[in-house]
Design a protein around this ligand. Structure first.
Ligand code: ADP
Ligand code: MG
Length: 481
């Protein structure tokens, strides 16, 4: 029997705010254990949460970026469970009134085709702390630095159909949050984590099959691997005549397998109810408009602009909009260097080549975009050839000097080929018999005229010292004839 794969992802995006979601403690990554902790983080009696406005703004931004409806009235809710890393005994999240609903994101498949993935909701919540089980001392330690760090949970409809689509969707989410500047999207540091819900259904059946939820996926590679394993597992269960049970499974990256962790908890188990300590989140239309107008352009809009206005290929546009820093750099090169297509070639080949060779990020490129733009301008104007341009670029890279300074100092703009210049001089003298006759009969003021003609013949590239000397020689020879 053939099956169709159905996947829904729940992605946690850790927001890059300076303070936590309901108190003033630092939300920075790292630190000594329990360094970023205050009375509220510890859930000491008498403490009360106050929502961080930046978190609500980030949620609205994310909602606008993913075509969501923004609720004018949403609520925080308590989700109860007991764990040592959760001192309050409940997590503050959102339940039936999340801030964003009914959105979509577009992903591009390997085939080049595009698919729209529906978003059910985006809600705000606090992260929990971390339990560390120390085998040496046979004790468990609790680090509450992460407790109360703000998260957005982005939940898709069950619209994804393969492990590759799931990974691509996650890349798009990462790209959006990075462009918006609301998260660094760093999977290694846990700024982006996802749970994958997977089910199979016989081809042609419209009802969804029973799903399993895989937790603990923390890299792009593992998203695909965990889902692939889970598909194979469910397939063999179903082909063997068994049934998939709804449960939460844990991905073990070492073995590449998933194992059962617990039966699926029902939402009733969490005893959700609106948090009485926090007022409802009321979002005025004017606030949404203010956020919308201050949002940076997103990758999709930038891609369109590079294709329509800058005349770039879809491929170049895609490569150049992978990161905000890349597109910013490219735009600055293009604006300084005028020839936009040539600027794109230089960024995607020479610049990327040297960044890769030296293991650098574009933010740390030793050549600024304006300077690369100047170089592209020199090439575009024919002052130097593209080939010379590459050596000039390497020189700029290692010395930090400008293209113009290098070209001047190294005389790169000039044609110093004496044989060629001498030949061009003979050609100019031969084709200007009248002026040559006047010169030879004493009108030495015609010398600059010949210089100009030869310069023109070398497209302005002749070395003037060589030209002057060779021209004097040639005229002397003709005087003697
Ligand atoms: P819950 O309330 O149990 O968390 P949701 O309806 O919010 O369930 O869905 C959680 C995630 O599971 C969503 O991303 C959703 O798309 C996905 N999902 C729901 N049903 C299925 C299914 N049958 N197969 C795969 N994914 C599913
Ligand atoms: Mg859920």
């Amino acid at each position: 029997m053939e099956f169709e794969v159905v996947i829904g992802l729940e992605t946690h995006v850790q927001l890059a705010t300076s303070s936590k979601i309901f108190c003033g403690a630092s939300a920075a990554y790292g630190g000594y254990p329990n360094e970023h902790v205050d009375p509220l983080t510890l859930a000491l009696p008498g403490t009360l949460p106050v929502a961080n406005k930046k978190v609500i703004e980030a949620a609205i931004m994310m909602g606008l970026a993913t075509n969501c409806q923004i609720r004018r009235y949403s609520r925080f809710a308590r989700k109860h469970y007991y764990y040592p890393d959760l001192p309050k005994g409940y997590q503050i999240s959102q339940y039936d009134e999340p801030i964003c609903e009914a959105g979509s994101v577009e992903i591009k498949l390997q085939s080049g085709a595009k698919r729209v993935i529906g978003l059910k909701r985006i809600h705000m919540e606090e992260d929990a702390g971390k339990n560390i089980h120390d085998v040496r001392t046979e004790s468990s330690l609790v680090d509450l630095n992460r407790a109360g760090v703000p998260l957005l949970e982005v939940v898709t409809e069950p619209d994804l159909r393969s492990p590759a689509e799931a990974a691509e969707y996650l890349r798009v989410i990462r790209q959006i949050v990075r462009f918006l500047g609301i998260s660094d999207g760093n999977m290694e540091e846990g700024s982006l984590r996802c749970d994958a819900n997977i089910s199979l259904r016989p081809l042609g059946q419209s009802a969804y099959g029973t799903r399993a939820e895989i937790k603990n996926i923390n890299s792009f590679k593992f998203v695909e691997r965990a889902i692939e394993y889970e598909i194979a597992r469910q397939q063999s269960v179903l082909r063997g005549g068994g049934v998939v049970i709804q449960e939460t499974r844990l991905f073990d990256s070492a073995s590449g397998t998933t194992r059962s962790m617990r039966g699926k908890e029902e939402s009733a188990d969490y005893r959700y109810f609106p948090d009485p300590d926090l007022p409802p989140v009321v979002v005025e239309e004017s606030w949404i408009e203010q956020i919308r107008s201050s949002m940076p352009p997103l990758p999709a809009a930038l891609r369109r602009r590079l294709i329509d206005e800058y005349g770039l290929s879809e491929y170049d546009a895609e490569v150049l909009t992978a990161e905000r820093s890349t597109v910013d750099y490219y735009l600055a090169v293009a604006n300084a260097g005028k020839n936009r297509k040539l600027a794109a070639n230089w960024v995607t080949t020479e610049l990327f080549g040297l960044l890769k060779r030296d293991g650098l990020d574009i933010e740390n490129a030793p050549v600024s975009a304006e300077r690369l733009g100047e170089l592209v301008g020199l090439i575009d104007e024919g002052v130097i050839s593209g080939k010379i341009g590459k050596t000039v670029f390497e020189d700029m890279w290692s010395t930090g000097r400008s293209a113009a300074a290098i070209v001047e100092e190294k005389g790169l703009r000039q044609n110093s080929d004496e044989g060629e210049i001498a030949r061009l001089i003979e050609g100019v003298l031969d084709s200007n018999p009248t002026q040559l006759g006047q010169y030879l009969s004493g009108n030495e003021r015609l010398f600059p005229y010949f210089v100009g003609q030869v310069m023109k013949a070398t497209k302005g590239m002749a070395n003037p010292q060589i030209l002057t000397k060779l021209l004097q020689d040639a005229l002397k020879r003709r005087t003697g004839e």
